[in-house]
Design a protein around this ligand. Structure first.
Ligand code: TA6
Length: 302
C-alpha cells in the first residue's frame, strides 16, 4: 500500500488546530492532538501512541530518546500494539517479536471531536504481507480517545471463514519519577508467570515493588491497576475491559543497556503495565465474530 503524504491526509481528515496530520520523526506521518482536555500524538506506524498529556497534568507516557522511527521497525515507548502473538512467535523464530501490527503502517480511518475529547480511529486489515506470518483474514480497528482519560479500544473482527486464535497486548510504557520508589496495586493474590525465573508460576503478595529486572504475566485478572508514583506525586489508574491478563515489566539496568533503542539511563523512569490476553487467555473468534479489548487510563494527584 502506497504511503499517503501527511499533507494529503491532513487535507482529508485534519481538524484545524485540534487534530492535524504532520510529518513526525523519521518523516513518518503522525497525528498531533490539541484540545482543552488533552494533548497527544499517535503515529500511523503501528498505530503507535507516543504522547498523552491530560490538561493540568504532565506527560503520562514514557518515550525512549533512542527510539527508532523507521518503517518496519518498532517504536520504543508509548503504546506498542502487540498482535497477533505476544513475545517471540512460538513456531517461527524469524517472525517479528510481539507480532506484526506494531511494525506496519495502519490506515487512518477518522479523526473526530466529541466535546473536548478527540477520537482517532485507525485500521489494519489482513493482506499478503500479514499472511506471510499469519493466515487469518481479519480487520483490526483501534480507537484512541484523547481526553482527561485515555481510552484505547482494540477491536478484532474475524472476516474469514475459519476460526482464529490470537494474543493481543497494549504494551503501555508509563512515565514515572523513579522505579525504586514506585509501587503497583491491584494484583494482590493474583497468580503470575515470572519470566525472569524460568517462567515459574507464583502468587503476588501485596503491592508490587521493583528492585530488579521484572517481567511478570498476571493471569486471570480483570482488576484495575494503580501505579503509585510518589516522586511525580501522582497515581495512574488503568481500568481494563475484556482483558484477562496484565503484564508488568521493567528491564532494569543490564537488559536496558543491551537494548540500543532504550539505553542504560532511562529505565528508572518507565514501567510497563500491559492490558492483554495472552498465554492461556488467548482470544478465539468464530467467523464474523468480533472481540473488543479496552484499557482506560486516568491520572490523579497523590
Ligand atoms: O512485555 C514485556 C516483554 O515481553 C519483555 O519480555 C520484553 O521483551 C519486552 O516485552 C520488550 O519487547 P520488545 O520486543 O519491544 O523489545
Amino acid at each position: 500500500m502506497q504511503a499517503i503524504e501527511p499533507a494529503t491526509l491532513n487535507q482529508r481528515f485534519g481538524i484545524a488546530e485540534v487534530a492535524e496530520v504532520v510529518e513526525g520523526q523519521g518523516g513518518l506521518p503522525k497525528i498531533v492532538i490539541k484540545s482543552a482536555a488533552a494533548e497527544g500524538e499517535i503515529y500511523l506506524l503501528g498505530a503507535h501512541l507516543t504522547s498523552w498529556k491530560p490538561a493540568d497534568s504532565h506527560e503520562v507516557l514514557f518515550m525512549s530518546r533512542n527510539s527508532l522511527f523507521q518503517d518496519g521497525k518498532a517504536i520504543r515507548g508509548g503504546v506498542p500494539v502487540c498482535f497477533p502473538w505476544f513475545g517471540p512467535n512460538p513456531s517461527n523464530p524469524k517472525a517479528p517479536a510481539h507480532g506484526f501490527a506494531r511494525i506496519r503502517a495502519w490506515e487512518l480511518d477518522s479523526l473526530e471531536k466529541h466535546g473536548d475529547d478527540v477520537v482517532v480511529t485507525m485500521q489494519l486489515a489482513s493482506d499478503e504481507a500479514t499472511k506471510q506470518w499469519w493466515s487469518a483474514d481479519f480487520r483490526l480497528t483501534y480507537r484512541v480517545t484523547f481526553g482527561r482519560e485515555l481510552t484505547l479500544e482494540f477491536v478484532l473482527t474475524n472476516i474469514g471463514s475459519e476460526p482464529v486464535t490470537y494474543e493481543a497486548a497494549l504494551h503501555t510504557y508509563y512515565r514515572i519519577g523513579d522505579i525504586s520508589k514506585t509501587s503497583i496495586e491491584g494484583l494482590d493474590r493474583v497468580h503470575y508467570i515470572d519470566k525472569t525465573d524460568n517462567r515459574e508460576e507464583k502468587i503476588q503478595r501485596g503491592p508490587i515493588t521493583i528492585a530488579k529486572e521484572t517481567d511478570s504475566v498476571y493471569l486471570d485478572t480483570t482488576a484495575d491497576i494503580a501505579i503509585i508514583d510518589p516522586v511525580l506525586r501522582r497515581k495512574i489508574t488503568v481500568h481494563k475491559e475484556n482483558s484477562h491478563c496484565t503484564v508488568v515489566w521493567n528491564p532494569w539496568i543490564d537488559k536496558a543497556k543491551a537494548m540500543a533503542d532504550l539505553g542504560e539511563t532511562a529505565w528508572p523512569n518507565m514501567i510497563c503495565v500491559e492490558a492483554c490476553n495472552v498465554g492461556p487467555f488467548v482470544v478465539e473468534l468464530s467467523p464474523e465474530q468480533q472481540h473488543s479489548m479496552k484499557a482506560i487510563t486516568t491520572v490523579s494527584a497523590l
